[in-house]
Write a protein that binds this ligand. Sequence first.
Ligand code: FAD
Ligand code: DHB
Length: 391
Amino acid sequence: MRTTVGIIGAGPAGLLLARLLHRAGIDSVVLESRDRAYVEQRQRAGILEQGTADVLRAVGAGERMDREGLRHDGIELRFDGRRHRVDFPGLTGGRSVTVYAQTEVCKDLVALQVEEGGPLLFEAEALAVEGAEGDRPRVPFRHRGVEQVLECDYVVGCDGFWGVARGAFPAEPSRVFERSYPYAWLGILADVAPSHGELVYARHDRGFALLSMRSPTVSRLYLQVPEGTDAARWGDEEIWDELERRLETADGWRLERGPVTQKSVTPMRSFVHEPMRHGRLFLAGDAAHIVPPTGAKGLNLAVGDVVTLARALVHRRDTGSEELLDAYSATCLRRIWQAERFSYDMTTLLHRAPGATAFDARLQRARLERIASSHAAGTDLAEAYTGFPLQ
Ligand code: FAD
Ligand code: DHB
């Protein structure tokens, strides 16, 4: 099998890259180790930055998002029983975010790819990337038990944190920067209308809690739990009790309960692999970087990477110049490190670390009060949350 761009992974990064290339007239093949149902149902992120929503519209994948997605003009920060709303358009000159689940983004992109794009092979596991230093990199893969080889001009590893592509980078000059956090998120989906119209990020002495949503009738909620927690050990009522305690306000706000339809634990990690290019092999999305979810940045960063890469591949085809491909890694890393910083700040602002002292708690409160009382501090949060513009 032969193609111009071999894409490993059909998460948001791989699917959007294939779509961008298809629209530009560059052919690609996408290899995905899981089956279609798995890719379309894997419950993950829910917040699209304005720039991400704009890109999805521009590639023709915005129709259902515009119909079913929810535009959000702010978030609420809760601490000490108080609420503070961060007004996004007011602080950023009109920017907002869209609540539209990653599962839905993937469904929309898979449907378009199957209808009019290049081959998208499910149950096709890439086994390695070979010859990245030369002109003809190759990806041996196993498709439903049969071993084959994909020959390409370029290979893009969009295969997430556990993929194979990063392993094809040489030890030198690769560098990894990482930090793990001693806590995790227990996330639930529940068939109940969200108890608040916007997302609520709560700092509490018992730990962080987040109220989010998937639709006007489906809530998504998260609780900080110790790392290594088994989701099955938390009973549904126990989860609601704990959410209620951490989200409580002094003004009598109520958390509505409903049937829990899904429960899972997400570990928290910051991770960056530099550089993101080795010869004709590129990394994009979680394959190259992970953020803790508190800033809702993971999916949006993946989108930023593939937009930058698609532009560079089109530039190469149109002009013969490698200039933008050469700049790919540095261009993406500037934005990635801003998201790493923001995700770290939000995480340490709102979570209770094991062994945290009263001093640490007072500092968190001072940081929250600063955001609530200073236009500059509020703007800093709102700009980062709604997303730094793509270059
Ligand atoms: P992925 O979505 O991981 O896609 C990679 C794809 O590659 C997968 O489909 C995988 O099956 C495939 N693959 C892997 N290896 C191979 C191989 N060898 N051959 C072929 N295919 C392969 N972000 C948020 O902002 N908010 C959240 O609440 C949130 N929750 C998360 C929960 C979990 C459990 C995880 C893992 C991530 C979460 N994220 C969240 C992060 C966000 O979902 C990711 O940043 C986003 O999915 C990145 O997209 P991606 O396409 O780079 O990688
Ligand atoms: C969701 C996830 C996040 O990480 C976040 O910061 C906000 C919302 C969500 O899944 O809805």
